[in-house]
Every structure is written in structure tokens, then in C-alpha cells.
Design a protein around this ligand. Structure first.
Ligand code: NDP
Ligand code: AKG
Length: 451
């Protein structure tokens, strides 16, 4: 960046912070994009005069509402629900719902903003949005989760629809929650329509949607390595998380010959130096999705080490897959990864690396690093395919959906290479993803005029 661009970035970010006080996650996500887009717009006065980037940082609307439900003891509980409808320039708002006590407007705005670029990269007609609540499903009975989901959807149903806004799952919102949410929507509007994705197969879901985010992260890693004539086979992999994204990321890695040595949850991580097998992974999925237990139990079951309160980034690895949550790798942890010889990082979670960590990883010569908006786009891509199948009133085979997913990730990789390759041949996947994602949305916004 030259001096003028640094000045432009500084004044742009000052305005973002002024307009969105107290929203650090949102500032972080916007800054990460603006660092690449502001220099890119240096010779594009029309985009600057039309304030396209400024408009993209302002959500179309934010809906915030009270969610009141009754717990199993008859007590009345109050939570806050949100839907951030960020941008529908290229299609209906699309993005997940997160139920977690750390949910704030700032967190959902960062996720919605990122989603706009990610959805654009898929090549599908999908705008960007995100929603959720500070409700914590952990420790709640099935009936409590059901009552919460019904109360949440009672309000949300007024703002979503198959051509308006199509939510899906995210942290804390899996098959069980999507079932309750869809059932309530159907009851309220008296129509059977594809208002949510991630549905069960029996009522309009797509094959491979559950697997898609994790599989897509691994396909992205495969493509980055193949670009350098390397593969996953025989590489040691460190994965964080043990939810939807982490477990299917681990499954695909094992299928491709990777040795997955860690999984984690918010309490700590397990280290299995022999590597997980598909059987052990099945046990983890049962633990997490049915018994809703803690990853610590894996250590007791298989006689391996458990590290309470720690992240797995100190375990030596070739490939790293942060698949738990935002800002889970900081600068020091990024340095440790590099010192231990890490070759590549593919982000399964949204924005899992802090700005410091990105700086450290970017400065490491040759290290490959796929940002979340490119690496985890497989989930929303298959959600887009679920919408297509719902419109067609059809369900495609596993092979067909997986083939589309593979092609979409390959196209995202190609876009990153097109817009992110430096003169020395190194691919800056962050820059490539930001510019490619921006272009499509920005030209649609220009076509619509001033609005
Ligand atoms: N599901 C999807 O299709 C997509 C998800 N993502 C992103 O992937 C990430 C994981 O989502 P998903 O797997 O669906 O969610 P899940 O709820 O299925 O799993 C989340 C996992 O991350 C752990 N975790 C959550 N918060 C923290 C924390 N603060 N510190 C350490 N670990 C934590 C959870 O542990 P615990 O059980 O202890 O909370 C759990 O193991 C999120 O960033 C999400 O936005 C991105 C694209 C699509
Ligand atoms: O499938 C979807 O619509 C949501 C996916 C999602 O929330 C994400 O990509 O972060």
C-alpha cells in the first residue's frame, strides 16, 4: 500500500468505527477486507465515487427481537434474537443462525458481512445475512430447545421466506434445531417451502449438506496443495473444534490419507498421536450429536492426553484446520505453528485468526493460508444447491451434490489464484478471495444505481 492508500484505509476505518461503536468483531472483519479492496479501487474512481465499499459495510437492515420461552420448571426465560440482512444485491439473504451465549450484534454483523463475500465466491445467486441469539442450547433439554426455537421462529417468520431470506445452521444450530425451526415456520405460514437449509432429508434437505462445510475446507486445502504439486496424503493434521465443521473436516482428511491428531471443544483439546480413525470419529459424532458430551471423554475412552483449557496449536503439524470459532489463533500461536513446520492453514471457522496471526502467517514465506470466506464456503454452497432442489421439488444423489461441491470449491480456488497471485507466483488467498467476492456484488450494486 502506498501512503495515500494507507491514509484512505485509516479514514475509511475511522468512519466505520464511528458509525458502529463498540463492535470490535465487525471492525475486524471490515478492516480485513478493506486492506485489500482500498488499494484495488485506486484506479477505479467510479466504485469510489459511488461509495460501493461504504454501502457494503452498512447492513440493509437489522432485525432485533425479544424471545420469551418457558423452561422445564415453568420459569419464564428471556433472550434476544437477531437477523442481520446485510446485502441482497445478487440474491436472497442467505446465512446461518448461531445460538451461543457470546452472540452479540457485533458478532452477527461480522458474520453477515463475511457471508456476502463468501456467497458471491460460490458463483450462486445468494446474498448475505446472519442471525441468531444469545440462547445457550448447552445443558437444555430437547423440550426447552424446542420451545425456544418455536418462540424464535414466531418472530423471525415475519422477515424470512424462500425468495427473501433463507437461514440455516451455524454454531449451536444443527439438525435438531433446524427441524424445530422449520416445523414452526410451516405451521405459521401454512406453506411447505424452502425457507431454511440444512433440513433433514425427509423434509426437503440436501444430501451432503451436513458434510459440506468440513469437506469443502479439505477440498480447498487439496487445491492449494495441488497448485504446488503436493497432497494431503501422509500429512499430520491439527483440527480444532468437534462440531459439525470439525468432524466432517476430519472425516474427509482421514479418507484422503491425512493423520488427524487433535480435536477440541471450548474446554480443551485431545491429542491422539496415532491419529483418529473413522471408527473413533463415529464415536465422537455420537458423543457430540447424541449424548452432547465433552471431548475430554475421548481421552478416557482411547487412553490419550487431554489438555484442559488449551488450544491445539502447539501440537506439531503439517496442516492446520481451525474449525471452532472466531479469533482462536492469535499471533503467538501462529508463530508456534510456523516454528513447528506448518505448511498450510485452511480456515473452517469464520475469522478464526486474529489480525496479528494473519500478519504472522502472511509474513511466513510460502505458507499457504485460505481465509474462511473461501475455505468454508462449501456449506453455504450446498445450501444454495438445497434451495435449487427445493425449487425443482427434487433431491439429487450424494454423488451429484458432491460433484457440484467439488467444482464450486475448485472455482473459488481459481478465483483466489486469479486475483491473488503476486509477481513472484505466491498466491495471497486473502487478497484473491476479497477482490473476487467484492467484484460481483459491487457490479450488481452499480447496476442498480444509487440505493
Ligand atoms: N455449520 C456450518 O455449515 C458452517 C459453520 N461455519 C463456522 O464454523 C465454526 C464451527 O461451526 P459448527 O461446527 O457448525 O458449530 P458446532 O456448534 O457444531 O461446533 C462448534 C465447535 O466449536 C467449539 N467452540 C465453540 N466456541 C468455542 C470457543 N469459544 N472456544 C473453543 N471452542 C469453541 C464448540 O465447543 P463447545 O461444544 O464446548 O461449545 C464445538 O466443538 C463457526 O465459526 C461457524 O461459524 C462456517 C461455515 C458453515
Ligand atoms: O448454509 C448456510 O446458509 C449458512 C452457512 C454459514 O452460516 C456460513 O457460511 O457461515
Amino acid at each position: 500500500m502506498n501512503a495515500q492508500q494507507v491514509e484512505d484505509l485509516t479514514s475509511f476505518m475511522e468512519a466505520v468505527v464511528r458509525r458502529n461503536p463498540g463492535e470490535p468483531e465487525f471492525h475486524q472483519a471490515v478492516h480485513e477486507v478493506a486492506m485489500d479492496i482500498i488499494p484495488y479501487l485506486a484506479d477505479k474512481p467510479l466504485y469510489r465515487d459511488m461509495m460501493v465499499l461504504e454501502r457494503m459495510t452498512e447492513p440493509d437492515r437489522i432485525i432485533s427481537f425479544r424471545v420469551v420461552w418457558q423452561d422445564d420448571h415453568g420459569g419464564v426465560q428471556v433472550n434476544r434474537g437477531y437477523r442481520v440482512q446485510q446485502n441482497n444485491a445478487i440474491g436472497p439473504y442467505k446465512g446461518g443462525l448461531r445460538f451461543h451465549p457470546t452472540v452479540t450484534q457485533s458478532v452477527l454483523k461480522f458474520l453477515a458481512f463475511e457471508q456476502v463475500f463468501k456467497n458471491s465466491l460460490t458463483g450462486l445467486p445468494l446474498g448475505g445475512g446472519k442471525g441468531g441469539s444469545d440462547f445457550d442450547p448447552k445443558g437444555k433439554s430437547d423440550l426447552e430447545v424446542m420451545r425456544f426455537c418455536q418462540a424464535f421462529m414466531t418472530e423471525l417468520s415475519k422477515h424470512v421466506g424462500p425468495d427473501t431470506d433463507v437461514p440455516a445452521g451455524d454454531t449451536g444450530v444443527g439438525a435438531r434445531e433446524v427441524g424445530y425451526l422449520f416445523g414452526q415456520y410451516k405451521r405459521l405460514v401454512n406453506r411447505f417451502e424452502g425457507v431454511l437449509t440444512g433440513k433433514a432429508l425427509e423434509f426437503g434437505g440436501s444430501r451432503i449438506r451436513a458434510e459440506a462445510t468440513g469437506y469443502g475446507v479439505v477440498y480447498m486445502m487439496q487445491d492449494m496443495l495441488a497448485h504446488h504439486h503436493e497432497s494431503i496424503d501422509g500429512r499430520t493434521c491439527v483440527v480444532s473444534g468437534s462440531g459439525n465443521v470439525a468432524t466432517y473436516c476430519a472425516e474427509k482428511l482421514i479418507q484422503l490419507g491425512g493423520k488427524v491428531v487433535t480435536l477440541s471443544d471450548s474446554s480443551g483439546y485431545i491429542h491422539d498421536p496415532e491419529g483418529l480413525t473413522l471408527e473413533k470419529l463415529q464415536w465422537v459424532m455420537e458423543l457430540k450429536n447424541k449424548r452432547r458430551g465433552r471431548i475430554e471423554e475421548y481421552a478416557r475412552e482411547y487412553g490419550v492426553e487431554y489438555h484442559a483449557g488449551e488450544h491445539p496449536w502447539g501440537v506439531p503439524c503439517d496442516l492446520a484446520f481451525p474449525c471452532a470459532t472466531q479469533n482462536e489463533i492469535d499471533g503467538a500461536e501462529a508463530r508456534t505453528l510456523i516454528e513447528n513446520g506448518c505448511r498450510a492453514v485452511a480456515e473452517g471457522a469464520n475469522m478464526p485468526t486474529t489480525p496479528d496471526a494473519i500478519k504472522v502467517l502472511r509474513a511466513s514465506p510460502g505458507l499457504l493460508h485460505a481465509p474462511s470466506k473461501a475455505a468454508n464456503a462449501g456449506g453455504v454452497a450446498v445450501s444454495g444447491l438445497e434451495m435449487s432442489q427445493n425449487s425443482l421439488r427434487m433431491q439429487w444423489s450424494r454423488e451429484e451434490v458432491d460433484k457440484h461441491l467439488r467444482e464450486i470449491i475448485a472455482s473459488i480456488h481459481a478465483q483466489c489464484v486469479e486475483f491473488g497471485t503476486a509477481s513472484d507466483g505466491h498466491v495471497d488467498y486473502f487478497k484473491g478471495a476479497n477482490i473476487a467476492g467484492f467484484n460481483k456484488v459491487a457490479s450488481a450494486m452499480l447496476a442498480y444505481g444509487v440505493m
